[in-house]
Write a protein that binds this ligand. Structure first.
Ligand SMILES: [Zn+2]
Length: 392
């Protein structure tokens, strides 16, 4: 298999016939290997299990394995950033890649087209199933393993929000109607915030809570959770439309992606439902602007919206090594993250202003830049991380 890859790579991309023959060679060679190299096959199995176990205990969200220059580079996404941890020799890499594809029920000989799969937690000894994505690159195959880390649902206090932001959240959760919109890129902590809100709602009982998520990352007892299933036609839009007839008091819409869902969320918030949703935008102002495009009834949008929060996660300097790099932080110098927030609590005054002048120039209660600077200046993080957060 190794030989066919090395010989075939250049031509495989453009010559399907050659690809076929090398696939056959690959099959024969790997069958032969099973008989002769039982020992090394086992090593690949053990190595993969160890790699995933270590990634889990380091708190990584993803494991990246990339074949390049006669081996594979292994990186972990730790606290949102890729950190190189080791490299695998070519021979071992080949067998680890084969093992991953075998467990994920993918075509083990296919390395020139992307494949997606899933490894059951029992097969790899992980806490949760692992999502597998393979992708061809010019230096060789790349595999990303997504680990679904089961974080216990945190309370509002454990989110680590500034007191004012936490207070704004609780004021919202006590209301009988209105819309909370959360924004921020993937991995910025929005889901954790939503689960903390759900936990607060459960603890302060009595309300019927329904969620539509993609995917459900944590099961919360006492509430009704549904997962989007695009293949079966259960989209956010369809689920949101129908779940109103399930008589909810609180709706959580994992992501507002389309006009229909946006309009449903606004309508629900105006008719005595508490609605929590995420929406992609770069700022609080961007959320309002985007919502106004998706739902042209400006009066309805402004009346419905109660709170907008824009969130990021900034890495903390590792407490064990003070940023020098040690084993627990995988040499990165950082461990754990602190939330940065900007938020906008809607008031009648603001509604009038936006109604008159639009959302342009809308200033949040505190900007992300101010939050990041405070965290850096308090010595919790550093200047490099500040610059990364600000993209400068
Ligand atoms: Zn450290």
């Amino acid at each position: 298999m190794i030989v066919t890859r090395l010989v075939g790579r250049g031509q495989m991309l453009e010559n399907p016939v050659l690809q076929d023959s090398s696939l056959r060679n690959g099959k024969i060679r790997s069958t032969g290997k099973k008989v002769t190299c039982m020992g090394s096959e086992e090593t690949a199995v053990a190595r993969l299990e160890r790699l995933v176990r270590e990634a889990e205990s380091a708190g990584a969200s993803d494991v990246h394995l990339h074949q390049m220059g006669g081996g594979a580079k292994v990186q972990l996404r730790l606290d949102g950033v890729l950190v190189a941890v080791e490299s695998l020799a070519q021979d071992l890499a080949e067998r680890v890649f084969g093992r991953i594809k075998f467990l994920a029920r993918l075509k083990t000989y296919q390395d020139s087209l992307p494949q997606d799969g899933r490894i059951a937690k029992e097969d790899l000894g992980t806490r949760n199933d692992v999502r597998v994505s393979t992708y061809p690159t010019i230096t060789g195959e790349k595999i990303v393993l997504r680990l679904f880390q089961s974080v216990s649902v945190r309370s509002l206090d454990e989110l680590g929000f500034p007191a004012e932001a936490r207070g704004a959240l609780e004021v919202f959760l006590r209301r009988n109607g209105g819309l909370l919109l959360l924004t921020g890129p993937a991995g910025s902590g929005k889901t954790t915030t939503i689960y903390a809100c759900l936990r607060w709602l459960v603890d302060h009982g009595g309300r019927h809570v329904i969620t539509v998520e993609d995917p459900v990352e944590q099961v919360v007892s006492e509430i009704m959770q549904t997962e989007v299933n695009e293949a079966a036609g259960l989209t956010f839009a369809k689920a949101s439309k129908h779940l109103l007839r399930q008589d909810p008091e609180v709706l959580v819409i994992g992501e507002v992606r389309d006009d229909e869902t946006a309009q449903t969320a606004v309508r629900a918030a105006l008719t005595g439902h508490l609605v929590i949703a995420t929406l992609h935008a770069g700022s609080c102002q961007g959320v309002i602007e985007r919502l106004l495009v998706m739902c042209p009834d400006r009066y309805a949008v402004l009346s419905a919206t109660a709170l907008v929060m824009n969130q990021r996660l900034m890495r903390r300097i590792c407490g064990s090594c003070q940023g020098k790099g040690c084993a627990p932080c995988c040499g990165s110098g950082y461990r754990g993250r602190v939330p940065l927030l900007e938020w906008l609590m809607m008031t009648d005054e603001l509604r009038e202003k936006i109604g008159r002048e639009g959302a342009l120039g809308l200033a949040p209660q505190r900007t992300l830049e101010q939050s990041a600077r405070e965290v850096w200046e308090a010595g919790v993080s550093d200047q490099n991380e500040y610059r990364r957060m600000m993209g400068i």
